[in-house]
Structures are given as structure tokens and as C-alpha cells.
Design a protein around this ligand. Structure first.
Ligand SMILES: C[S@@+](CC[C@H](N)C(=O)[O-])C[C@H]1O[C@@H](n2cnc3c(N)ncnc32)[C@H](O)[C@@H]1O
Length: 448
């Protein structure tokens, strides 16, 4: 497993010091190292676990090293996070966790740093995880919850505020725990392009709980599936499928309808909407600001008939002619605090100041989307965040009429509308629905 530990170390180093994304980098590192099956599972658990839980591990390391972990060498700190995760969360025997960590540090930073790693890891392994929690996160305050569940304190506050607003005041801990649980890999069988049952069979998986297009994989690499390789299927969270599908199924599609995806990259929702547009003889314009992400959209929609989706590299705040579209999806750039399971580093990259900038951008995008919507048209405002300032407060500033999004979600999922909360918007929750915590509001421009 030494090779596996090296891969986890390289991944966590690149993510924490070079700004890499674990979900993009790790598959490449695994392939390069020729690791799959059990070894790949071990690396993924180790790297993702260390990246998620580094807030807790820093508190433990601070105690064990009697110094601020930020003052340690980057290499030593990363090796200690990995050592903590092995010893406290992965049932690796203490002596192995200590020895592997010390060897790693010796290779990377030499004998002096290895000595320090040895002393710290010996202290870390003197206690089990529960005993450490009572030392570094005693009681039940917002600060101790933040350490215990390894989220920045401001993130805990924002998530708690969102839960309270949704009548779920007692569920903070359940949500924080869900954020720390590995997500199942979910595929979308793009409608009209591949049969869901056939995909489930090929993937050795099963139909997802809510989305009629979803398949939950039991294991294996999605990229090995023919349907994923040819773009008729893809990895996509069930929550994303539900909220995008809701716009398409909210009312019957008239042939010739024009649809717009105003923030399309990397193109998961464009491809699902493109497939649904093709079935209804509609067309879709997909707009994305960044050229490399617009290229990802082109790749994502490659299996949708060519004449249905047109990808544009443009600024969504200024793009388009007024009243040109019958349906618009605005999947706005957001803090992403609803998708922390899948992006283990995201919670540490975001800062409270980001929220103000994002809210300004969300408002400008929504204002342009309102301008672009035809009378009688429908607009889906979506975020992969439950944060109140970028969800219900943005929608409250809209001049459009808010529809009951629960009805549209019910039409997609075949469940009763009352299942989806008090309305009129729908807030999905990771700890309740097993999806990313996506927000959906459906807005309508009055017909003239
Ligand atoms: C939440 S992501 C969209 C995810 C996408 N709908 C999907 O399902 O794959 C937001 C996207 O908006 C893009 N973006 C940011 N500012 C933009 C702008 N002013 N105009 C258009 N796109 C923008 C970002 O680059 C990012 O790709």
C-alpha cells in the first residue's frame, strides 16, 4: 500500500498547495500509478478523507505538536493529515500509520522533519477519535461543531441559517455529517440517447431514487462504460437532473420553442436539456463565459443531435436579444456549499467575502435572464448551494412571478408535490434526499 499512500500524498499536496481539484486530479494519478480496485478505493478514501477532515486534524495536530499547524512545512502538514486519517478514521493500526507517515516525511523533507512527524504521530495515536473529539471540540457550540465536523465556522453558520429558513433547525449536524460521507457515483442516461435500464445493466448499478434518468453505480470507473465514452450518458448528481428536468417538464413543450442555458459550463445540464429539447423539437443556446469551459459544454453535448444545441462563449450578464426565449435555466455561479461531499477541498477554498461578489453576479445574471425571457416564458433559477443570500434572497428581488416548483419536481420524480417542502421553491438537502443540496425556483414572465 506504500504506492497507494504516495498517490494520496501527491493528490493532497497538489490540491492544498497548487490549487488542483481532487475529483479531476485523482483519476489521472490513479491511472498513472496503475492502481484500481481495492487500492484505488484506499487512495480515494485516504485523499478525500484527509482533504475533508483537515480542519479537525489541524486541531489535533496543534494539540499534539504544541504549535500552529500553519507554521509547519506544507509537506509535513499534509503527511500528518494523511497519518491522522489513517489512524483515526481508517482503522489502519497505529504503528503502521506512524511508520508510514514518518517514512513519507523522511523522503520528502529529511531526517529532522521525520523526527518531528514521529513525535506528533505518537501523540496522535495515544487516543482514539472520540477521545480526541472531547479534547479539541468539547460541548456543542457553533465553534465546536465546526471543528468536530471539519467545516469552517462561517460555513456552519451559513448552512445553519439555510436549514432554519427551511424549517430544519435541528438538522445541522446531520447535514455536516452528510457532507463528510462519500457520495455515490450517479449517472444520467440522457433521454432519447440511451435506455436507462440498459445503462443500469452495463454499469452493474440500479435506478436512482428520484430522477427517471438516473443510475447509481455499484463500483467501477464510469469512463469505462461505452455510453459515458460516447456522451449518451455521464456522471451527474441526481439533484442536478431533477432541477434541470423540472424546467423541461413544468409544462408541455411546443415544437420550435427556444431554450437558453445562461451559465452552461461544463455542460451537464445543457446535455440533459438538449436531449429533452430534441424530444420536444425545441432548440437550446448554451452560453458560457470561459472558453475552456465552453469547450467542455461542446464535448458534453456531443451526442445530442447537432442542430439542437448551439454553444456560445459569451458573458451571460450582457448576452442575447430581449424576449427571445421560452425557457431559460440560470444555474448561477455560487459558493457551491451544497456540493461539499463531491468537492472535498471546496469548503477550505471559499471565503465569506466570495459571497458578496457572487450575489452581485447572480443579480446581474438574473436581471439579464428576465430581459431575455419571452412573455409567458419560464425561468429556472438554480444553485448548488442552499445559502440564503444566493437562493431565496436573490429570487425575492425578481420582478417575475414565482411558480410552485414542487409541482415541476413532482412531474419529474413521480412523487407528490408536498414531499418537496413548503414551496414555492424546492431546496434539496444532502442529508435528506442523498443529492447535492440544490436550490430551484421557477419564475414566469406574465403573458401579454
Ligand atoms: C454552476 S456552474 C454551471 C454548471 C452547469 N450548468 C452544469 O450543469 O454543468 C456556473 C458556470 O457559469 C460560468 N459563468 C460565470 N460567470 C459567467 C457569466 N458572466 N456568463 C456566463 N457564464 C458564467 C462559470 O464559468 C461556470 O461554468
Amino acid at each position: 500500500m506504500s504506492r497507494a499512500r504516495d498517490v494520496a500524498y501527491d493528490c493532497v499536496m497538489a490540491v492544498s498547495t497548487e490549487g488542483a481539484y481532487a475529483n479531476l486530479l485523482l483519476p489521472t494519478l490513479l491511472e498513472r500509478a496503475g492502481l484500481d480496485g481495492r487500492d484505488a478505493g484506499f487512495v480515494t478514501e485516504l485523499a478525500y478523507g484527509a482533504l475533508r477532515m483537515r480542519g479537525l486534524y489541524d486541531a489535533i495536530i496543534a494539540h499534539a505538536a504544541r504549535r500552529d499547524p500553519q507554521d509547519l512545512d506544507g509537506e509535513l502538514r499534509v503527511a500528518l493529515w494523511l497519518g491522522c486519517h489513517q489512524a483515526l478514521a481508517m482503522r489502519v493500526p497505529a504503528h503502521a500509520a506512524v511508520n508510514e507517515t514518518v517514512d513519507q516525511v523522511r523522503r520528502e523533507r529529511g531526517a529532522g522533519a521525520a523526527k518531528l512527524a514521529n513525535a506528533v504521530m505518537r501523540r496522535v495515536t495515544e487516543r482514539g477519535a472520540d477521545a480526541w473529539l472531547s479534547v479539541v471540540a468539547p460541548g456543542d457550540t457553533p465553534a465546536s461543531r465546526a471543528v468536530r465536523h471539519s467545516h469552517p465556522e462561517w460555513v456552519v453558520e451559513e448552512l445553519t441559517r439555510a436549514l432554519v429558513a427551511d424549517g430544519r433547525a435541528a438538522e445541522t449536524v446531520a447535514l455536516l455529517e452528510a457532507d463528510n460521507s462519500p457520495a455515490r457515483v450517479t449517472l444520467v442516461a440522457r433521454p432519447g440517447l440511451v435506455d436507462r435500464d440498459a445503462l443500469a445493466h452495463d454499469a452493474g448499478g440500479e435506478a436512482g431514487e428520484y430522477s427517471p434518468w438516473s443510475v447509481v453505480m455499484a463500483g467501477g470507473r464510469p469512463g469505462d462504460l461505452a455510453a459515458v465514452a460516447d456522451g449518451t450518458a455521464a456522471v451527474q448528481d441526481e439533484g442536478s437532473q431533477i432541477v434541470a428536468g423540472a424546467l423541461a417538464l413544468a409544462q408541455p413543450v411546443e415544437p420550435g420553442e427556444r431554450w437558453l442555458d445562461l451559465c452552461a459550463g461544463p455542460g451537464g445540464k445543457s446535455a440533459l436539456l438538449g436531449a429533452l429539447a430534441a424530444e420536444g423539437a425545441a432548440t437550446l443556446d448554451a452560453v458560457e463565459l470561459h472558453p475552456h469551459r465552453a469547450d467542455l459544454v461542446r464535448r458534453s453535448v456531443r451526442a445530442v443531435p447537432e442542430e439542437v444545441v448551439t454553444v456560445h462563449t459569451a458573458d451571460g450578464t450582457a448576452w442575447g436579444e430581449s424576449e427571445a426565449y421560452d425557457r431559460i435555466v440560470l444555474d448561477a455561479p455560487c459558493t457551491g456549499l451544497g456540493a461539499l461531499r463531491r468537492r472535498p477541498e471546496a469548503r477550505w477554498r471559499r471565503h465569506p467575502e466570495d459571497l458578496e461578489d457572487l450575489v452581485g453576479l447572480q443579480r446581474r445574471l438574473l436581471a439579464n435572464a428576465e430581459r431575455l425571457l419571452a412573455p409567458g416564458g419560464l425561468l429556472a433559477y438554480i444553485t448548488c448551494s442552499p445559502v440564503v443570500a444566493e437562493t431565496r434572497e436573490i429570487v425575492a428581488g425578481s420582478s417575475l412571478r414565482q411558480l410552485d416548483a414542487r409541482e415541476a419536481v413532482a412531474a419529474v420524480t413521480g412523487t407528490p408535490a408536498r414531499f418537496w417542502g413548503p414551496g414555492p421553491h424546492v431546496q434539496l438537502w444532502t442529508h435528506v434526499h442523498g443529492t447535492d443540496s440544490m436550490f430551484l425556483a421557477l419564475l414566469e414572465k406574465p403573458a401579454v
